[in-house]
Design a protein around this ligand. Sequence first.
Ligand code: ATP
Length: 897
Amino acid sequence: MVRIRDTTSMADAREQQGNTALSHAEEERIFVSIRVRPLNERERARHDMSDWECVSGNTIKFKNSGHAEQRPLSMDTYTFGEKHEDALSMDRVFGDRCDTRQVYEQGIKDVALSVVRGVNSSIFAYGQTSSGKTHTMTGITEYAVRDIYEYIEKHKDREFVVKFSAMEIYNEAVRDLLNAAATSLRILDDPEKGTVVEKLTEETLAERRQLQQLLSICAAARTTEETAMNEASSRSHQILRLTVESNPCDYADAARSGALFASVNFVDLAGSERASQALSAGTRLREGSHINRSLLSLGTVIRKLSKGRNEHVPYRDSKLTRILQNSLGGNARTAIICTISPARSQSEQSRNTLLFAGCAKQVTTNARVNQVMSDKVLVKQLQKELARLENELKSFTPNTALLKERELQIQKMEKEIKELTRERDLFQSRAQNMLKSDGKDRIPRVGKDSASESSGLANDLFRRTDSASETLEITTSSLHHTGNSEDDFLLDGNSPTFAGPDPFHGWEEMASIAEPDCEEVPCIEIKEVETNHKTDVKPSPENEQSELNTFDNTSDLTMDLLKKSNGASETDPHVLDAMSPPQIDKVDQETSKNPQISNLEQEPATPPQLEEPAQVSVTLPTEIERKNSTSSACSEDKLPESKLQTRKRMSSRKNSSSDDINVSIEDVESLWDSDAEDNASVLNFVVGMNERAKQKPLDEDMDDLMVRARTSGINKRGNKVKGIGYNGAHGDYNFERQLRDTIQLWDACNIPLVHRSYFYLLIKGEISDAVYLDVELRRLSFLKDTFFSATNSTGHGSDVTPNSSLMSLNRERKMLSKQVHKKFSWKERNELYLKWDVDLKSKHRSVQLAWRLWTNTKDLNHVRESAALVAKLVGFINAAEAPKKIFGFGFLSRRTT
Ligand SMILES: Nc1ncnc2c1ncn2[C@@H]1O[C@H](COP(=O)(O)OP(=O)(O)OP(=O)(O)O)[C@@H](O)[C@H]1O
């Protein structure tokens, strides 16, 4: 039994897919069908019985009836393909009862119709003479043509061009069947089209009927021979070629890649019987040899291709194989119908045909869709593309105004992005700083009970300031004490630290030891610094000089810029004063030349008045003291009374030092201005504390303390101190009035908010708070008396009022900033602010010492803590943030130090 290898998988898949066309090169085997014709009358008459039996759709068996004269066949069963689960393969065996339509439908149709999808195809009929080749191919061609035209009619959206040509190969000569006059045609190798037959007539078919006529002509023109049975026996190989050119299904594809172009060949071969059988004599011998030459060549080509080796395939050995080269092993789908005669007498020929069929089944071809870009199509496509582009060009009208607007928008957005990026970096930097200092410095508030109640008020109080965040930071962080020296935080700008006992203890102690001689208001104790701390705050001459230089430079730059924008004449002299370095060492030598200081020292005392302070230059008590302590030329009786008292008290103290005094209050004041609303907040808070205090029972000690505090309301001069709230006559403690007076004096003296905050921290809501208020009132009264009496003493309102001067300075600075902002470029502003930044940092020491003026306490710890508060604040407003925080500009570049 010969089993032909199954090649059905691909065919089955194709059937399942509805015989779709190949979209790309696809290797597939040649489809082979076996057709057994019925016995003809002559054979029946001869009792030339049929020895072949189709046992299934794909198997044919030789029956071998056992006649003595019949030599036994070694093989008697031939199977083509195997039965699949879903369908039979296209390789089929058709018995004598199957008609041509069945053969076409089941094994040929799909291959033939590939032509309308752009795939070449070929259908062969191979078999011995009179086996039914012509009979089969005539029917197949008709069915195929019918189906092709049906397909074309169904696809009216596509354009098809059908052309027909016909040729025969007889005695190795190619003849045009549509042109009887034509002689043998040459076969040429075209580099694009492959093998072509030169000058072959190609008829374009307008309709199917025209093709029918042409087929009749071809049949008549073919070389045949009348047989004994009056039948025409074909003596040549006939090739009918139908070429279909079309645009593809998808118009988009057509536009891109051109038209589909394919041909289907209907090949009716001459009889395959051996030459010896066909031979007679003369021309017949030559004819037979030519026929066999082509058939032998076809067999060789098929055999070579079936082995699948990459060896030479002799296509050029015959005209037949040369013309059908593509169909045999190239770009085409191929189907071969092997026809056999059932007659016993033809068994050997039939067997040879079946062997050829088995061999042909092994041959594979590589069919692909042929998309040909003909000149016509190409021109059409180019014209279409040109028209499309021209339309696009017409519809495109560039709007230059819009483009410009967009460009401007883009530029603006880019600027905004830059600004936002800078802002983001700035905030990130600040957040990091806050996190750092928060981790280091956070401490609980004073008074456990009052903490929660006071937090809202305190926050409100701080929020209302220009530098709210900084103030809050100070409140929570400044009371954290470590062992670092004061100079440390001055240098590194980090959180302030200092060593020593709890600063509040100093206040407690001060309250507890409040004795009658303390009724003298503890005025500004500028030189209260102990000797062992003196070195901590004393600036070195080098540092002093450095600061002087810095101040000078900054001042010069600022003034230069201001002059540029506004003219030098508009500059307030206060600005110059503020920008000038603190005159410390030089003061001793120059005091006598300073008219303001001279005025202070020489003018008689005047009673304190609560009046609006005049705008004056800064002349500090420190300098006065220095003058007094170093020069005996200064007459005490020329000083105001309060100042004389101060001097006496100071001079009585041991280990005093004048070197610590280096006041640059303006720096502090320029950073924080108090607000009237803040006072109200403090008032509300402390009133609340007072209410709580009233609910608490007074114990004996506290009562005693309050008695002593009450007596402190009388000063040494025997005058009742204005605003002291403890009413000894009636024995009732008027806390609210005390506080109101305090706030009035804060305002009158322009006490900085930081100090007010500090004072607020001391208020614990206890009755003993009265002592603190008392002390504060005395101190404030002294300050007011001292400075405002000096103001009035001049008679022209231009004397000592540091706070007013500072406020003026602050205004000047703000004004300056505005002018700078208006007049100068970003780069110039940045340069200026960086200078100011340096200026600010160099004033740390001055700021620290300035705080002593306002804290005015006997306890060094308080002095240090006050300094720490300020330094912390200054440190917090670091180099990167200073310009923004102080001057309100948020666009400066970040600068880390
Ligand atoms: N399947 C068939 N059913 C009925 N008659 C058939 C069938 N096949 C062939 N015949 C008849 O057999 C005779 C020979 O057929 P045909 O001419 O097609 O053979 P052929 O192989 O083409 O021979 P040749 O090679 O000499 O041309 C014809 O008269 C034809 O009508």
